[in-house]
Write a protein that binds this ligand. Structure first.
Ligand SMILES: [Zn+2]
Length: 407
């Protein structure tokens, strides 16, 4: 199949006016100008007309369980208060609410051009009876052991028994120890072992809030007091570690790790990241809308890019942002970090997210998976990538795994 469009944005290369993409099965086999492609390939042409064809967007961090909580929690005085509010709301919700929320979350993600999504699933039992996803979906099983620690053999055998009957179709499974303040060092260690054995990615929240920083670095603060009250073992907060160093002490994370947020980092954290060989470094997910909602400290993007970390973007949940549109996330980031090259912003929402998931996608080049979207082409904007970021139209045409999705 040959797809032709007014503009092709490969992400891994320069935009191509009057471009074309050849798709064979689920794979892209060629990309170029329409004239070049036509000269070398026969086959049916689907002309997308005045549209821009680009890789589908990759949402590298979200919690679709909470799609019903849009605007349900006003920004609170502190992160800890927000945790209290969401925990209270969750008491009134059941499995059917969460299942419906996930279905709505898929629909909204698809409407805004997301073809791959890394979803943290807090309710393991839902994963066994999940509606089929129209998107390439990674289910990251959330794990918390605040009150009692689970022996590591139990974690590994539990994981195996759990994942065997599940069917991920076009995506996959991952493990997600929630955060250093809710998951113990031994849990991180056993997750790390199991993930290596099962060849799975690991996602965790780390250094998200100032309160988490205070808890580990100084053994005090609102989150510290809250976790103490719920019965957490607090000994590990007495060593003066940063949250990132605390985590690394238990689990030297590798390339399959995805660290969400990373808002609170100091020089020792940057030294630590720099000391990890480049091919073993974790990916980092930044969630611009959620970051703005919580009014976190400025995200140290320039410094992380200087270290050549793989930075991708996610929406986080609708309990702390207003939309599941990755176009919104790109816009919030581009507005705040005006020095950023628009092409790099688009790469964070496509190629870098795919890289974090070990997926050969997020780009238009031979060999990549045919996950593509088409949006209206605005010829009035000189910078094609800035035009992508500015898109406010729902995505009417989408291909996943070489299949065009019907509306
Ligand atoms: Zn999250």
């Amino acid at each position: 199949m040959i797809l032709r469009a007014r503009m092709v944005v490969p992400v891994s290369g320069a935009p191509i006016p009057d471009g074309a993409v050849v798709v064979h099965g689920n794979t892209i086999t060629a990309v170029g100008t329409f004239a070049e492609i036509r000269a070398e390939h026969s086959g049916e042409v689907t002309d997308l007309g005045e549209r821009l064809l680009m890789p589908g967007l990759v949402n590298a961090h979200c919690h679709l369980d909470y799609t019903m909580l849009r605007r349900a929690i006003q920004p609170q005085r502190s992160f800890t208060e927000w945790v209290g509010r969401i925990n209270a709301l969750k008491r009134s919700l059941g499995p059917d609410d969460y299942r419906a929320a996930i279905v709505r979350g898929f629909a909204e993600s698809r409407r805004w051009g997301t073809t791959s999504i890394a979803n943290i699933e807090s309710f393991a039992e839902l994963m066994l009876d999940m509606p089929a996803s129209p998107l390439r979906t990674w289910w990251f099983l959330e794990m918390i052991d605040v009150r009692h620690q689970v022996p590591s053999e139990e974690v590994s055998s539990g994981m195996l028994a759990f994942f065997e009957p599940c069917d991920a179709r076009r995506g996959g499974f991952g493990l997600s120890p929630h955060a250093p303040y809710t998951a113990s060092g031994p849990l991180y260690e056993s997750v790390s072992e199991s993930a290596a054995k099962l060849d799975m990615p690991v996602m965790t929240h780390v250094a998200e809030s100032r309160e988490e920083w205070e808890m580990f670095r100084h053994g005090r603060g609102e989150l510290y007091e809250f976790m103490l009250r719920v019965g957490r073992w607090m000994e590990d907060c007495q060593h003066g570690n940063t949250p990132l160093r605390h985590l690394f002490h238990h689990t030297p994370f590798g390339a399959r790790w995805i660290l969400a947020h990373m808002n609170e980092l100091d020089d020792s954290d940057f030294t630590l990241l720099a000391s990890i060989p480049r091919h073993e470094r974790p990916s980092i997910v930044h969630c611009p809308g959620s970051h703005r909602y919580f009014r976190h400290a400025p995200f140290r993007l320039a410094k992380l890019l200087e270290l050549r970390m793989n930075i991708c973007l996610g929406t986080d949940s609708l309990a702390s942002t207003h939309s599941l549109s990755m176009f919104d996330e790109m816009r919030i980031l581009a507005d705040r970090e005006q020095w950023l090259n628009p092409a790099d912003v688009v790469a964070m929402a496509t190629l870098h997210g795919a890289r974090a998931l070990n997926l050969n996608a997020g780009k238009i080049e031979p060999g990549a998976l045919a996950d593509l979207i088409a949006i209206p082409h605005d010829a009035t904007m000189r910078d094609v990538h800035a035009a992508v970021i500015a898109n406010r139209q729902p995505v009417a045409w989408m291909m996943i795994d070489g299949q065009i999705l019907a509306h």
